[in-house]
Design a protein around this ligand. Structure first.
Ligand code: CP
Length: 316
């Protein structure tokens, strides 16, 4: 990717976890925790007054829109929302033209779209930071929030074992593989055959893991993945923007449902995580999602705090 300067600083995008170093992630988590605490004490952080964030959504969202929009308001800035029918990336004009035009109006752009190529093209042509709010291949903002939640709950990231169950060929798994390897965590991914993560992502994550001396395990055995895990995570079995075929999913993924039998393999004090929306009785049983081990609502709230830390870092 070309290197451009903005306000005297190198223009930075967050398209994948590998756009960040472990140090940058650590600083972001600590900043987010500080701002979260101070917000609860009544302190405001209006450090982005007069700044604007564009938000392009080509897929549905509850949490991502809320957390970015509320985050910009709390930082004293403004967020402009584009629904799937507004911009129509690549249809009304070229993606490159959209990138150049938006760069003249807003200070950063958050994009939720289908193909990862589109967000890369935006970043190639923009003179503002581009933030990946989910593509089919990567979801770094969710994984940054997950890492913050794990840090809060466990007090550290290094040495933590995270088990992910279900569809491995999705954005969460890809960003987890990269993020966990960067932060010194062991990750075990259990998927049905044919639902493994993309080879290019596995290769990249394994390269990082060899430097951070961590383990990446890919297996078809869900119990093996969950064995001694500190964190058990899953995601919906239907990709966002696709039509759910619940009975087909049950046939393919049923052995990977996070339930009492499976979590018996995890450590006694394991935490359960899910980026939401969740489907009780499909990828996770209601007993687990609503159990005392579940930190899903804390995890969702942290989207707000970690993204505020990221916005300050990228825009200020
Ligand atoms: N987890 C998450 O991004 O939720 P939304 O799809 O509702 O934004």
């Amino acid at each position: 990717m070309k290197e451009t300067k903005r306000n005297g600083k190198v223009l930075k995008h967050i398209l994948t976890m590998t756009d960040l170093t472990a140090k940058e992630i650590e600083v972001m988590i600590l900043e987010a925790i500080r701002m979260k605490k101070e917000l609860r004490e009544g302190k405001s952080h209006r450090v982005l007054e007069g700044k604007s964030l564009g938000m392009v959504f080509e897929k549905d969202s509850t949490r991502t829109r809320l957390s970015f929009e509320v985050g910009m308001t709390q930082l004293g800035g403004h967020a402009v929302f584009f629904s799937p029918t507004d911009l129509k990336l690549g249809a009304r004009e070229t993606v490159a033209d959209t990138a150049q035009v938006l760069s003249r109006f807003v200070d950063a752009l958050m994009v939720r779209t289908f193909s990862h190529d589109i967000i890369e093209e935006l970043a190639e042509n923009a003179s503002i930071p581009i933030i990946n709010g989910l593509t089919d291949e990567h979801f770094p903002m969710q994984v940054l929030s997950d890492l913050m939640t794990i840090y809060e709950k466990k007090g550290h990231l290094e040495g933590i074992k995270l088990a992910y169950l279900g569809d491995g060929n999705n954005n969460i798994t890809h960003s987890l593989l990269e993020g966990c390897a960067l932060m010194g965590m062991d990750v075990s991914v259990a998927t049905p055959k044919g639902y493994e993560p993309l080879p290019v992502v596995i290769e990249r994550a394994e390269k990082i893991a060899s430097q951070t001396k961590t383990t990446i395990e890919l297996t078809h055995d869900p119990k093996k993945a969950v064995k001694n895990a500190d964190v058990v995570m899953t995601d919906g079995w239907t990709k966002l923007g696709a039509t759910a075929d619940v009975s087909a999913n049950m046939r393919i993924f049923k052995d990977y449902q996070v339930n009492e039998e499976l979590v018996a393999e995890a450590k006694d004090d394991y935490i359960f995580m899910h980026c939401l929306p969740a489907h009780r009785g499909e990828e996770v049983s209601a007993e687990i999602l609503d159990s005392e081990h579940s930190v899903v609502y804390d995890g969702t709230e942290n989207r707000l705090h970690i993204q505020k830390a990221a916005l300050v870092e990228l825009i200020k």
